[in-house]
Design a protein around this ligand. Sequence first.
Ligand SMILES: Nc1ncnc2c1ncn2[C@@H]1O[C@H](COP(=O)(O)OP(=O)(O)OP(=O)(O)O)[C@@H](O)[C@H]1O
Ligand SMILES: [Mg+2]
Length: 252
Amino acid sequence: MSDATTQAPGRVLLQARGVTKAYKLGSTKLEVLRGVDLDVCEGEILAILGKSGCGKSTLLHVLGWLDPADSGSIHFEGRDRASVPQRERARLRNEVMGFVFQFYHLLPELTALENVLMPSMIRYGRLAWPQHKKAVTERAHVLLEQVGLKDRMGHRPRHLSGGERQRVAIARALQNEPRFLFCDEPTGNLDGKTADEIRDLLWQLNKETGQTMVVVTHDARMARQADRFVHIVDGRARDDGELDLVEEIQRD
Ligand SMILES: Nc1ncnc2c1ncn2[C@@H]1O[C@H](COP(=O)(O)OP(=O)(O)OP(=O)(O)O)[C@@H](O)[C@H]1O
Ligand SMILES: [Mg+2]
């Protein structure tokens, strides 16, 4: 059983305080996050659990600085998102944070290999690209091989299965060797064996490189292997749930 707590031991890399977020649809306001407090420590794997629709993806996007909170703060390495200029936020997201989206967000006109290379192209830009191209292309090949897509590098997303797209998205998130990885149900569309392989790969990266990871998951095995877990209930992060109970909740 993981020792779940929202207060992580060690150096806090990511800190959320009083985070709220609502969606407005016409005259209706849907309050999804209602005051999330959460710490993520350097080198740990934190699993986020909760019922479908409870706000896990919303929270992950806010934690990863993709979307702003309505109120509250998100500090990454001591810097408040609200005070970091857009350009610097984009640089940090590209170089320091990797993101595996629940619905992949691959570029349809690019091949699997080109999708994985995209973060490196953005990082180096047109001028520096030629000098880095060989090394980063080699890395993209290795990553695609590690996620089991050696024979699919030239395929466009529409010619890949859901699970294969997910694996391309994982390789893309790892391409720039981020120190911090956000994963939104990274094994959600994979069969048991492939899910085990992907989980092993992510855990291996955590052990070898000390990469910090926040992972939204319905995969009980993944949650069990995380250093800690929290679950989202009524728009807040709770650390007092038993994992078995959490699984019960998710079966509702
Ligand atoms: N852009 C949006 N506009 C309006 N409502 C939204 C928007 N995005 C999400 N929602 C609503 O907010 C709630 C939380 O959505 P979210 O995607 O964060 O849930 P989730 O916990 O990730 O669910 P799942 O486990 O099914 O992926 C849901 O009720 C959803 O319908
Ligand atoms: Mg989601």
